[in-house]
Design a protein around this ligand. Structure first.
Ligand code: FAD
Ligand code: SF4
Length: 353
């Protein structure tokens, strides 16, 4: 039993102050944390992976709006729920790729509780990270990595390090990376916008740090600039089960096509393959002025997967990713595919209260 304090606040500065200054003498796992939907932080507490001395509920900060403006694009509040975001008409209109990615994740109940900010900061699903009896550099820096040489079906093929081969589990984040989103963050030094592709980090020698978010900072919103990908986008996810399963490999694609069917610009991001959503702009540029079919698709996949290395149990991911990239580009070129028809009843239920 680890006693902790639960606080609820209604003002952003109070919320940040309630975390208190970072005490270098305090173990990382004991540090106070924000509580949003609680779907990850409470699981981690139950498993003993974290033992925060205080949880600061941010549910009542009024950060749950979703809005659109010509200059800023989509503004998604940090505490808006994943389900409300996915079913919002502005998101369907301007970023159907994001709606698809969110609806490919978790289950209806979890998406109802989970928030946008929390989704970005959910921790890896590496089974050794959750098993406090085993070494894990991410949970206990310097203790070793139990996954290397262990069961690696879910692990990284790109950007891993000898210290950690974990993957980032989010579906939503893959679409946000493809859509050049920005994370709005409020900290002691004021408000800043962090480009999404720089928000999450590779493990390197310090896998205990998942992101570049300063320790005292609160995510207030996620911004998606106006884009031209709403008409040709798709999120494809391969997983072991239809529900409650994280991506083995997923691909988010957005294409901006000319009238003659050639590509003006493309966005491609992968999930399930690295410590962060994986995007290679050089590979996207290969599609410019090309028809998205035939040999060019293999060249794009080859560039995205350059340097990919399997760990034994996940070697299959390299070929799976190669095929899924080609498939996703081909499908997106036919028009946007959403996966929300399966969830039609839930959407109507939400809209009619
Ligand atoms: C069974 C199960 C299956 C799942 N399957 C999938 C899946 O297939 N795909 C997928 O993408 N996800 C999946 N998830 C993960 C789920 O999407 C996340 O747990 C959820 O998005 C986290 O959001 P939350 O609001 O509950 O975060 P919380 O658990 O409340 O918080 C998570 C972390 O974020 C911090 N935090 C939250 N909000 C802020 C903020 N505004 N500013 C600063 N810090 C903040 C908290 O302090 C905490 O450290 C699954 C979860 C479960 C339990
Ligand atoms: S892969 Fe990363 S999270 Fe998993 S055991 Fe190794 S260090 Fe820990």
């Amino acid at each position: 039993m680890n006693p902790f304090e639960l606080m609820s606040v209604s003002e952003k500065t109070t919320a940040r102050r309630a975390l208190g200054p970072v005490d270098p003498g305090q173990a990382r796992i004991k540090r106070p944390q924000f509580l949003a939907g609680g779907t990850n932080v409470l699981d981690l507490m139950k498993a003993g992976v974290t033992q925060p001395s205080r949880l600061v509920s941010i549910a009542h900060l009024g950060l749950d709006g979703i809005a659109w403006s010509e200059s800023e694009g989509l503004r998604l509040g940090a505490t808006a729920h994943n389900a409300d975001t996915a079913y919002h008409p502005l998101v369907s209109q301007h970023a159907p790729l994001l709606a698809s990615a969110i609806l490919a994740g978790a289950s209806p109940q979890i998406r109802n509780a989970a928030t946008n900010g929390g989704n970005l900061l959910q921790r890896t699903r590496c089974m050794y990270f959750y098993d406090v009896a085993l070494p894990c550099n991410k949970r206990a820096p310097g203790s070793g990595c139990s996954a290397i040489g262990g069961v690696t079906r879910q692990h990284a093929i790109l950007g891993a390090s000898p210290a950690c081969i974990a993957t980032h589990p989010s579906d939503m984040c893959v679409a946000l990376a493809a859509l050049d989103a920005l994370v709005e963050v409020e900290g002691d030094s004021g408000t800043q916008l962090i480009p999404f592709t720089r928000f999450h980090r590779l493990p390197g020698e310090n896998p205990e740090h998942d992101t570049e978010l300063p320790a005292d900072a609160l995510i207030t919103a996620i911004l998606i600039p106006p884009n031209r990908y709403a008409g040709n986008s798709v999120y494809l996810k391969i997983r072991d089960r239809a529900s409650y399963a994280f991506a083995l490999v997923s691909v988010a694609v957005g294409l901006d096509l000319s009238e003659d069917g050639t590509v003006r610009s493309a966005r491609i991001a992968l999930g399930g393959v690295a410590h962060k959503p994986w995007r290679i702009e050089e590979a996207e540029a290969l599609l410019a002025d090309q028809r998205p079919r035939g040999a060019i698709l293999d060249r794009v996949a080859e560039r995205i997967l350059a340097g990919a290395v399997g760990q034994g149990g996940n070697d299959f991911k390299i070929e799976l990713a190669r095929r899924l990239i080609a498939r996703a580009i081909t499908v997106a070129a036919q028009g946007t595919v959403t996966n929300d028809t399966a969830c039609k009843d839930q959407r109507e239920e939400r809209q009619h209260g």
